[in-house]
Design a protein around this ligand. Structure first.
Ligand code: GLY
Ligand code: MN
Ligand code: MN
Length: 438
């Protein structure tokens, strides 16, 4: 891994620097100061929440464990890392920086946040840092013009970033395989989760988001992050949405499995899987993402029809909102340093927002795909009691086979999610490639 990253890093850093030069020029600043941040503390307690370094900080270097540290960059000069290594025998002190990237920074090791602040240049500075908790001695200003520019360009991944995202997918695919085996062995949600963590070799706090591990009807809760400690009486279906981190980059992967003997549900999973592959194949330069989302509604309407859930045409199922009752979230989102990465709606490097298509309030990506972007493709079909009740009250309810719907409520739902990179040619499916190699 190190051997693959080392030759890619200098070009990545050069790109990050060019983007910073541009952002500072647009905002009218002389220095960019990027805080790793500090962990928020628990109310009335002497413990902190898990630390996660700011995505802006992680964009510069692969350093996740650096609370209180800073990057200070002045165009034309070597970037400086002000690295906090406290004198502390209560905790593990962050290790002194080493690896392929250190030669590209002037590194100053200090003992406290206050000492770090004293190392930062003064003057017209853009300070990218969380406002809460505040950082000793430095005021964050997070200038809009600078953030808009940096966020916009973060949409275009460098070869170095793509390599890290491939690895995040490999780790995730390996852990998904272990989770599937635990499901087939009759484990509880909790047991499956532990199998996932063990195979990923990551603890919860290191994952890019809280894993969703749902058996049976729990698959219908879109963000089900509860882990039943006991196995259900019967294993019918398993939906797992879980990712992994690699040097600050995320993977976001969902798979749905039918237990042996549940052929009807397996057939529906196969149809959603085939539809998903079709959508992933359309991740090409020039493809409007919102149009792909609407296209997905039409294809999924066809799946609902083919499996006998609805009798109306696909057209009218989409227009009347019937598909939205079964597929109530967006087709996907940008992914990178954050699982839901920035700039999904942005109009240009100067900001602005591209609205969602009417009737699709949860879509997180309204841009047109370009080479270098990485997006998730995650269609789903669910049997969600609340939404089905609403559908039942509509005139279109007459064209729904409710007995068939009721027979599937016990399976919860289906989602299949891959991370797909847009290139100059055919898409690169980071997730399918990782599963194939696992
Ligand atoms: N895991 C959250 C999502 O799929 O967007
Ligand atoms: Mn997901
Ligand atoms: Mn996702």
């Amino acid at each position: 891994m190190h051997d693959r990253l080392a030759p890619l890093y200098p070009q990545h850093l050069a790109t990050v620097r060019e983007r910073a030069d541009r952002a500072l020029a647009l905002g009218g600043f002389d220095h960019l100061l990027v805080a790793a941040g500090t962990p928020p503390g628990r109310f009335l307690d002497d413990q902190d929440y898990p630390f996660a370094a700011s995505p802006h900080f992680r964009h510069w270097l692969p350093l996740a464990d650096a609370p209180g540290s800073w990057i200070a960059y002045t165009p034309g000069a070597k970037p400086k890392l002000v690295f906090v290594q406290p004198r502390d025998y209560w905790h593990v002190v962050p290790e002194a920086p080493r690896g392929y990237w250190v030669e590209h920074f002037d590194i100053v090791v200090v003992r406290s946040a206050a000492e770090a602040a004293a190392q930062l240049p003064g003057g017209r500075r853009a300070v990218i840092a969380p406002a809460c908790p505040p950082i000793d001695g430095v005021e964050a200003n997070n200038p809009r013009a600078v953030l808009d520019c940096l966020h916009w360009h973060r949409s275009y991944k460098t070869p170095y970033e793509l390599e890290l995202m491939r690895e995040a997918n490999r780790i995730g695919a390996r852990a998904h395989r272990a989770a599937e085996a635990a499901f087939r062995a009759g484990e509880s949600e909790f047991g499956i989760h532990l199998a996932y963590l063990a195979a990923a070799r990551q603890v919860d706090a290191e994952l890019p988001y809280a894993s969703i591990v749902g058996l049976n009807e729990h698959g219908a809760v879109l963000h089900y992050t509860h882990f039943d400690r006991a196995p259900p009486a019967e294993h019918r279906a398993f939906l797992i949405d879980a990712g992994a981190s690699c040097a600050g980059y995320a993977s976001d992967i969902t798979r749905t499995y039918a237990a042996a003997g549940h052929a009807g549900f397996q057939a529906l999973v196969d149809s959603v899987d085939a539809a998903q592959r079709g959508f992933a194949a359309k991740v090409r330069a020039g493809q409007s993402y919102p149009e792909l989302h609407v296209h997905a509604h039409h294809v999924l309407a066809g799946v609902l029809r083919e499996h006998g859930f609805i009798r109306m045409s696909a057209e009218s199922a989409v227009e009347s909102g019937v598909t939205a009752a079964f597929f109530p979230h967006g087709l996907g989102h940008p992914i990178g340093l954050q699982v839901h990465d920035v700039a999904g709606f942005q109009q240009s490097e100067r900001g602005g927002s591209i609205p969602r298509p009417a009737g699709h309030p949860y879509l997180r990506m309204t841009r047109t795909l370009e080479p270098g972007m990485v997006v998730t493709i995650e269609p789903g079909l669910y049997f969600i009691d609340m939404l089905l009740e609403e559908l039942r009250a509509k005139p279109q309810a007459a064209d729904v086979d409710w007995a068939k719907v009721d027979a599937f409520r016990g399976y919860g739902g289906i989602r299949i999610e891959d991370d797909v990179a847009c290139t100059d040619g055919a898409p690169e499916n980071l997730t399918r490639d990782a599963f194939a190699a696992a």
